[in-house]
Design a protein around this ligand. Structure first.
Ligand code: PLP
Length: 380
C-alpha cells in the first residue's frame, strides 16, 4: 500500500510513505491501525467525557486483558516506565506525588542488570530516580542483584526485548527482589504478540508490567498499557494526571486523549479476538515468497527464522559468505532507503545480516521488496 498510494495529508507535507520491513519501530510509525480502531476514535472525538472515569473504565479492560489486579492506559510504554518508577517512589502519598521529581525522603534507586541498559531506560530516571547497575554485560548472578538492593531501592527493573540478554531471568529476579521486599517492574514494550505474554509476566510475579499500545497490538502509536498490583497502579494513577489535586503530577506531560484511550481499548479487543495462527501464516507466506525469489545468489544465504526470543514473526534473514562480492550490508540498506518507495529493513548494526520483518509489510509490498533486492543483489 505504501508503495502505491501517497496519502494527501502526507503529500501536502512533502513526506513520502515508506515500506516497513523493519518491524513495529517507533521511527516508522509503530503500526497501522485497523479501520475499526479509527472509527472508534472518530466516534470518541465527537463528545466530551470525564477523562478520569474514562481511563478508570479503560483500565479495567487492561487489567482483565493482562489478568492483573488493576490497569491504566498511558502515553506509550515509555510513559508507563516513568509512572511505574514514580509509583514505587511515592506510594499513595499525595505529598510525595507533589514533590517529584525531588525525591528527598523517598527511596529513589532503580536497580537494573547492566546487560539490559538500553536506549529506552532514560524513562526509568525521568521521575527523579537514579539507576543502579548490577552484573557485567556478559555475566551476572542472583547474589549481585541481592547486593545491589539496599534501603534506598525503590524497585528492580527488568527489560524484555529481542535485542537484550535476560541475565538471571525474570523468575529469579522476582524471587530475589521479593525476598528483600522490593517490587519488580517490567518493560516488555514489544513482547506482544504472542498475546499470551500479556499475562505471562504477571503470573511469574512481576508487580507492574508495561507494553506499547502502538506496536504489535495495533493501537494509536502514542499509547501504552500498564497493569499490575492494585496499590502500585493506584499510585501510578496519582502520578499521571492527578486530576483530584491542585498540583500537576510528574505525568502531566504524558496525558492520554479520549480518542487514544478509546482507540487502544478497541485495538486490545481486536487483538485478543484475532486469529493468531492465521496472522502468523500470512507472515510466513510473505517470508517464503521472498526467500524463494532471493534464492541462488552467489555468496548469499537466506533462511526463514522465527525464534520468538530473537525474531518478531517469521522473517527471511540474509547472510553473506566470503565468496560474496556484491554491495556491503550498509550499502544495501542505503540503496533500499534511497529508492522509491523507500524500503526499511532490519539488520546492519551489530548483526552481520539483513532481516526482512514481515509483520508490517502490507499485501503486495513483498513483491516490491523482492524486485528491489534482486536489482541490488543480482545487479539486474
Ligand atoms: C518501543 C520500546 C519502548 C518505548 O515504547 P513506546 O510505546 O514507544 O513509548 C520501550 N522499551 C522497549 C524495549 C521498546 O522496544
Amino acid at each position: 500500500m505504501a508503495g502505491s498510494v501517497w496519502p494527501e495529508v502526507y503529500r501536502k507535507l512533502g513526506v513520502a510513505p515508506v515500506i516497513n520491513a523493519q518491524s513495529w519501530v517507533t521511527a516508522l510509525g509503530g503500526s497501522i491501525m485497523r479501520p475499526e480502531v479509527l472509527r472508534a476514535m472518530e466516534e470518541a472525538a465527537n463528545a466530551f467525557v470525564d477523562i478520569k472515569l474514562l481511563n478508570r473504565a479503560a483500565g479495567e479492560v487492561v487489567a482483565r486483558t493482562c489478568e492483573a489486579e488493576q490497569g491504566l492506559i498511558t502515553a506509550g510504554c515509555s510513559a508507563a516506565q516513568v509512572l511505574m518508577v514514580a509509583a514505587c517512589m511515592t506510594g499513595q502519598s499525595e505529598a510525595n506525588v507533589e514533590q517529584l521529581p525531588d525525591t528527598t525522603g523517598m527511596k529513589n534507586e532503580v536497580v537494573l542488570f547492566k546487560g539490559q541498559r538500553n536506549r529506552y531506560d532514560k524513562a526509568f530516571v525521568t521521575a527523579g530516580a537514579r539507576l543502579v547497575e548490577y552484573g557485567s554485560i556478559d555475566s551476572v548472578t542472583p547474589e549481585e542483584l541481592d547486593a545491589a538492593i539496599n534501603e534506598n531501592t525503590a524497585c528492580v527493573a527488568f527489560v524484555i526485548a529481542p535485542f537484550l540478554p535476560q541475565g538471571i531471568g525474570l523468575e529469579e529476579t522476582v524471587r530475589v527482589a521479593h525476598a528483600r521486599g522490593v517490587p519488580v517492574i517490567v518493560d516488555a514494550a514489544a513482547e506482544v504478540p504472542p498475546r499470551a505474554n500479556l499475562s505471562k509476566f504477571h503470573r511469574i510475579g512481576a508487580d507492574m508490567v508495561a507494553f506499547s499500545g502502538g506496536k504489535g497490538i495495533g493501537g494509536p502509536q502514542s499509547t501504552g498499557l500498564l497493569a499490575g498490583k492494585a496499590d502500585l497502579i493506584e499510585a501510578a494513577v496519582m502520578n499521571s494526571l492527578n486530576l483530584d489535586s491542585s498540583h500537576a503530577a510528574i505525568g502531566r506531560p504524558m496525558k492520554v486523549s479520549k480518542e487514544n484511550i478509546v482507540g487502544l481499548v478497541t485495538a486490545i479487543q481486536l487483538f485478543t479476538d484475532s486469529d493468531e495462527a492465521a496472522e502468523w501464516q500470512g507472515w510466513q507466506s510473505k517470508a517464503k515468497y521472498l526467500a524463494d525469489r532471493l534464492k541462488g545468489i552467489q555468496g548469499v544465504r537466506i533462511a526463514i527464522e522465527d525464534d520468538p526470543s530473537q525474531r518478531q514473526g517469521p522473517q527471511p534473514v540474509l547472510r553473506f559468505d566470503d565468496n560474496y562480492d556484491g554491495p556491503t550490508i550498509a550499502e544495501i540498506v542505503t540503496q533500499l532507503k534511497a529508492g522509491d518507495p523507500a524500503i526499511y529493513v532490519g539488520g546492519g548494526g551489530s548483526r552481520a545480516e539483513i532481516n526482512l520483518v514481515m509483520v508490517n509489510v502490507q499485501d503486495g509490498e513483498e513483491i516490491v521488496i523482492a524486485d528491489r533486492l534482486e536489482d541490488i543483489l543480482r545487479g539486474e
